[in-house]
Ligand binder design. Structure first.
Ligand code: MGD
Ligand code: MGD
Ligand code: MO
Length: 759
């Protein structure tokens, strides 16, 4: 454990011998091209993908550089576009032939694979089928249902893809209607960042921009699987490594993309040159062990400082931080035994990282779901900030903290008002612009939405994209409760499991995808999104829509709002739908500092920067300074495991986008053919008296009166630390208790649930 020598890879566990990228990624794209029957224009669309005036990929949120590569798309970006532009259709005829009871027996893959939704649909309980309706019928029914409900019992969820324009209108609709129940997929994802990072730095988003990666000499990489989830970022990492930057990775799983990468767009590297080694040190930390690992690094750093003062940036600490003394005392109190035990890493390996850190001038901290999805996820983020603060690594060129966001516009949705936290929404500004009294009560997070669905206090749910009922924790326990809601509305592109749990009145409304031409009264419309590095990018779709009956997300949101709300002289749903430039003007008026001249700037190559106070060392925290976090416990798990318990981490394969399952290969982990598998180390298999290939189930070890048992899973030996198992999301979600979430932000602890294996 802990070295990056390929020969040390256990030969009896599956693993991927190749590098990320390379011919494997080309093969993977060809394979989806052959099974998905995309519209022939897809090649032209891919050519324009992520380029100025082109269409912005709907896969990850990694930034779109000002000088794009010849092909500025990756294997998984291509899959997402090909999936969107399929010629397969899921229309009224399909629904006439299949009841929802039957479809509940289909896999996630099979449901979405049917094709693009083509018509607005209404659920008919008598036949248990979706039947076609007109847009006018749908809007009228939704409007009258919303009018009859208490707004506080209604939830408007957003999944992170919809544009800034749609998102702004959606949030405005919610507030005009009378609630702040505006959770987002971010509540299952980087809410730990929005709350935890904000608490200690004042910034709810990362502080880095793309050029920082040209100046850093060390990247500390925690729990983000770049090869599958943001592959274009590998180009940035490769470039950094090639100029001498070092990467130290903490991840229980040896992820191929963070080990070796061949740039599939570099003909020389594809044929002759060796792959680029990405991580110089790769530490297979125990799930939830990052706090301890960082404590170890800091402990050694303090010793180095004692030997040779000047390693810590005392001026910065004095001027810009608070809580340093407390934090240091806590670290001095931690024993190496405690650190090694919690981290699952040796003292020597952590000391080595400290030496490298002490000698690095400019350091960037990267993280993803490996840090955020834990009961003490915000403490892990606090620890990473601590580590950076010690050497003044926030707020200068080449340094900073950079969470890698999920959905392509999830960060942007928060920027334009989709939030359940009223204090984060510009309520006074909305009052002034639209002449109404916005609701001030706190809205529901995703966890609180499900609690409300179960206890009956939530009566209606509108989903702007996503597959919420299936993506959230305790999905099994909550599923039947969804059907008791008075109203469910799902705005979607493809059929998914959430759609199979309709409320008493239910509508499934199909929308355009981002690559499609969005023609409105004033002509084709562009939209915009915000990337992980806080740059705003314009996007122009140009493919013919999958069906003439599709509407844009803007038009659907406006259609519902118009039907549900009384007239207001300041609110012009039809005009806004006719010209999205008017919506951008409203965004600019609402957020002048960040979005001024929005229309003029939206096609700036590389996007325009929203700016970041922490990057300028202005700390918008309660203390006015950057805060050191003093961890109570050295683990981000809820508590210590009992002897027969293991920590469950839930993973994405390389062949899925969240609950969208493209196929059954996890190429970069050397796994394929099956998703119902339980990854576990060979030592753990032996200790548990299991054999490889055996079918087992896992049960959740949390005792709260609910029994949670998994589907049958095939025991699969894999190179993992002791004390943990891994399985694929979303199939395993019925095992995750709703009550298991980050304490501060309520982000579900999808990477840290205690389980037991039952044969
Ligand atoms: N192709 C593709 N792209 C995607 C997505 C997709 O599903 N498919 N999803 C999008 C979304 S919404 C998001 S949020 C992002 C998700 O992207 P990531 O942030 O990469 O999330 P995950 O794939 O859940 O897993 C993150 C990594 O954390 C590691 N890990 C697990 N537990 C721990 C731990 O305790 N400590 C540490 N240090 N590491 C740990 C896992 O081994 C894994 O490598 O990707 C986005 N991009
Ligand atoms: N166990 C476990 N659970 C997790 C996670 C985990 O790591 N482990 N990760 C969590 C994370 S990070 C996230 S973000 C959530 C994801 O949760 P969601 O965002 O709710 O789920 P997705 O799977 O991304 O949603 C897929 C559906 O979105 C619809 N869709 C696709 N494109 C569009 C579009 O352009 N417009 C509209 N209106 N609809 C569209 C399609 O119908 C598709 O079926 O899951 C969370 N759940
Ligand atoms: Mo996410």
């Amino acid at each position: 454990m802990g070295d990056n020598d390929e020969s040390s890879q256990r030969q009896d566990t599956p693993y991927y011998e190749g590098s990320a990228g390379g011919w494997g990624s080309v093969g993977s794209v060809s394979s989806i091209l052959s099974t998905e029957r995309p519209d022939p224009g897809v090649i032209q669309t891919l050519w324009r993908q992520n380029k100025p005036k082109g269409h912005m990929c709907t896969s990850c949120a990694w930034t779109k550089p000002p000088e794009p590569h010849l092909f500025e798309f990756c294997e998984n970006g291509a899959k997402a576009t090909i999936w969107d532009l399929t010629q397969d259709r899921c229309g009224p005829e399909f629904f006439a032939n299949h009841s929802l009871a039957e479809l509940k027996g289909w896999s996630d893959h099979a449901l979405e694979k049917v094709g693009r939704l083509t018509h607005p649909l209404r659920y008919d309980r008598e036949t248990d089928r979706y039947v076609p309706c007109t847009w006018e019928q749908a809007f009228a029914a939704i409007g009258s249902s919303l009018k009859s409900l208490n707004p506080k019992s209604v939830v408007f969820y957003a999944s992170g893809r919809a544009s800034l324009e749609t998102s702004y209108l959606y949030a405005l609709f919610a507030r005009l209607y009378g609630h702040n129940n505006l959770p987002d997929s971010s509540n299952m994802c980087h809410e730990t960042t929005s709350v935890g990072l904000k608490k200690v730095t004042g910034s709810p988003v990362g502080t880095c921009i793309l050029s920082d990666f040209d100046h850093c000499d060390l990247i500390l990489f925690f729990g983000q699987n770049t090869g599958s989830n943001s592959p274009r970022f590998l180009h940035t990492l490769q470039k950094a490594v090639e100029r001498g930057c070092r990467i130290v990775t903490f991840n229980p799983v040896r992820e191929a993309g963070l080990i070796k990468f061949v740039n599939p767009q570099n003909p020389l590297q594809m044929t002759l040159q060796p792959a680029t080694e990405i991580s110089q040190i790769y530490l297979q930390v125990r799930p939830g062990g990052d706090v301890a690992a960082m404590a170890g690094v800091v402990k050694r750093l303090l010793e180095i400082e004692a030997e040779n003062s000047g390693v810590l940036d005392h001026d910065f600490i004095r001027q810009h931080t608070q809580g340093f003394e407390n934090f240091i005392s806590r670290i001095q109190l931690a024993s190496w035994e405690e650190i090694e035990e919690n981290a699952g890493l040796s003292r020597a390996s952590l000391e080595e990282v400290a030496e490298i850190y002490a000698n690095a001038r400019c350091v960037i901290g990267i993280y993803g779901m490996g840090l955020t999805q834990h009961v003490h996820g915000s403490v892990s983020i606090g620890m990473l900030v601590n580590l950076l603060l010690l050497r003044g690594n926030i707020g200068r060129e080449g340094a900073g903290i950079s969470p890698i966001r999920g959905h392509s516009n999830v960060q942007g949705q928060r920027s334009v008002g989709i939030t359940e936290k009223p204090e984060l929404a510009p309520l006074d500004k909305l009052k002034e612009l639209f002449g109404f009294e916005p609701p001030r009560e706190k809205g529901r997070t995703t966890v609180e939405v499900v609690e409300g669905v179960i206890d009956g206090s939530v009566k209606a749910f509108i989903g702007l994209g996503g597959n919420f009922a299936h993506a959230i924790s305790d999905s099994g326990r909550a599923e039947p409760a969804w059907e008791r809601l008075d109203l469910t509305v799902q705005i979607a592109t493809r059929l998914n499991r959430t759609h199979l749990h309709p409320g008493k009145a239910a509508f499934l409304l199909p929308c355009l995808v981002r690559a499609e031409e969005d023609r409105q009264a004033t002509g084709p419309q562009a939209v915009s999104i915000e990337c992980s590095l806080s740059h705003v990018h314009g996007s122009l779709g140009e493919r013919p829509p999958a069906s003439p009956d599709l509407r844009s997300e803007v038009a659907i949101v406006a259609g519902m709002a118009k039907a549900a709300l009384p007239d207001n002289p300041h609110v012009h749903w039809d005009d806004w739908t006719g010209d999205y430039g008017l919506i951008r003007d409203l965004i600019a008026k609402t957020y002048p500092e960040e979005f001024h001249d929005f229309n003029a700037r939206m096609f700036t190559p590389g996007g325009f920067y929203r700016g970041n106070a922490a990057r300028r060392r202005e700390w918008k925290t309660e203390s006015g300074k950057a805060d050191f976090t003093t961890p109570e416990s050295l683990s981000s798990l809820k508590g210590p495991l009992k002897t027969d318990e293991l920590t469950l981490i839930t993973l994405r394969s390389n062949d899925q986008f969240n609950t969208t399952i493209y196929g059954f290969s996890d190429r970069l982990r050397g796994l394929k053919g099956q998703r119902d598998i339980l990854l576990i180390s060979p030592e753990e298999i032996a200790d548990a008296g299991l054999v490889e290939g055996q079918i087992v189930r896992i049960v959740c070890a949390v005792e709260d009166g609910h029994r949670r048992v998994s589907q049958p899973l095939t025991v699969t030996a894999y190179d993992l630390p002791r004390g943990c198992v891994a399985a694929y999301y979303p199939e395993i979600n019925p095992l995750i208790p709703l009550s298991y979430h980050d304490i501060l932000s309520k982000t579900p602890a999808y990477k840290g649930v205690p389980v037991r294996i039952v044969a």
